[in-house]
Design a protein around this ligand. Sequence first.
Ligand code: AMP
Length: 622
Amino acid sequence: MAMELTTRFRSFHRLFQKPLGIVSYQRCSHTVPKENPNPDLLNSFNQDIKAGGVVPVFRRALLFPSRVAVQDEQGSYTYAGLYQAANELSQDIAAQLLGEKERTISYMCGNNASHIIVQWAIWMTGNIAVPLTPIHPPDMLKYFISDSDSSLIICTQEHEDLLRPIVQEFSKPLLVSNRVKNDKEDIPDSWKPEAGLSEAGPNNRWYGGKDAMLIYTSGTTSKPKGVVWTHSMLSTQIAALHTAWQYSAHDVVLHTLPLHHIHGQLNSLNASLAAGAKVRMLASFASHAVWAQLVGAAEARVSVFHGVPAMYARLAADHANMFTDDKTKEYVRSTLSKMRLMCAGSAPLPETLFNKWEEISGIRLLERYGMSEVGMALSNPYRPAGARAVGRVGAPLPGVAARIALAAGARLEPLLTVDCDVPDTQINLDRLGFTKNTPEENNWKPAKVTVHKESENGVYEGELLLKGPNVFTRYWNRAPSLTSSDFTEDGWFRTGDIASYSEGSFRIMGRSSVDIIKTSGYKVSALQVESAILEHPNIADAAVLGIEDENYGEIIASVVVTKDKKEITLKELREVAGKKLAPYQLPRTLLVVETMPRNVMGKLDKKEIKRLFGKQLVYKKS
Ligand code: AMP
């Protein structure tokens, strides 16, 4: 029987319909209003956590209901407003699924409050959230819906045309909604925290052992896999980021990242909401709109930004065009330098960009390393900012053990392990800045280093392995994987990245599958070559890859985009890059292209680059 159960629920409809209006953030304030979090509630939450439970992100809202949680392009929501909207929607979801729990629900919303409301509603019904993005083509969406075996699909109205044919093909129910007016920052009249508490969702102990969401990998080498994020993994990650980067209720976080990816889900959204911060959501990353948020009117300014390097590159390029005189540049710099935190990651941050951003803003970007499977794993220090090192990704975050290992026959031989204590997952309002104006200083304990096999030069290089409560244990719909090739026999996750460790921090050399080029008996990191090539003043973007060659094994090939279509020769490129690299690391071929294939996260798509340009990159000895 066809199950075309398209339903337009009244409450959902009413809650989402907002007028499209001029963006106005006047009410934004950087000071934490007098909030008296209910001490009994806080106590009972922390008791539950001690007993192995997890307080899901939506439930933390009950600690700070009257604070503004989200401002998007159509209005704003308090934590209570979001909670209430999600609670109403959760009743519709429960009715649709006849009260069943632990089912997967795919959903597609804009990057705005509706995303949070749907996600919280899914969690309130004890189900598993699978975020989708309209950027993916229909075939991929079909794959995600069928691989996750979603029992229900939810979307806002603007995505209905895209999803309807897909759900019809799969005979799945679809819940569609409009956005509706709710632009009050006041707590709703009908708000009853006690009622909300007993109504919305199973108890905290139940969440302790349950799955929260699936994050699909970008699938550069195989089909995307659904990484199972449990509520417990999410709460450990949140505690780790709160500890290391000192999230606080004072933060105003600018969110422009896609929400089907862990970077946008964790760093910008869930960790911020769990801290009682204010999240300012833009529909997507648009450099001019971001600049307006960074240097706009003082009362509307943001204090935290998480971006991928491609975003900072775009912002830096526009900075050069938008702010031409020295006085304006100085104003921009002094304004930006007041930001509490600007982070970069998900792809390598080139040295030129790190330096350029410091020149523009006075801020040393905090580069960190993460993955869909492990959330955030390694990070440069938050304090002192001067210790943030260019080209490095720092040390393990709380709860993470990182290991460098080398293949020795069929097994991996550990060279060195660096691990950091598990973070305290109890909710501490002092640390979040509720009771003091500044959060507590540095709770991120130094990591412990264990050397398994001494290196003569103090540099340890090999495959990066990770372990800890922050690390996933299985992909959805695949055999339990602690016994698969994704993990070592003793439970370490094999990241597939090659890294080196020296002097207290890690450096990422690249994916072992595409970024480690074996040429003339040397192993060369494509990431290091890309970073050096970008030192050339005429180069805007660069990708380096290995191309098979009968004499050298592989040759180092470079594909570049030049600034303003300027010309460049291989000789010039080698001269500039040669200041940073050894001769065997220099590219032997060069191809100038107009645009560089990158995925939706702004990462170089090396598979596509090779497919498009591989034939033109063959080395001919002159
Ligand atoms: P994803 O699962 O899409 O977040 O991709 C994770 C991959 O991105 C990692 O395995 C690394 O190859 C890469 N990556 C993440 N952060 C960094 C970084 N700071 N530097 C270099 N590569 C990174």
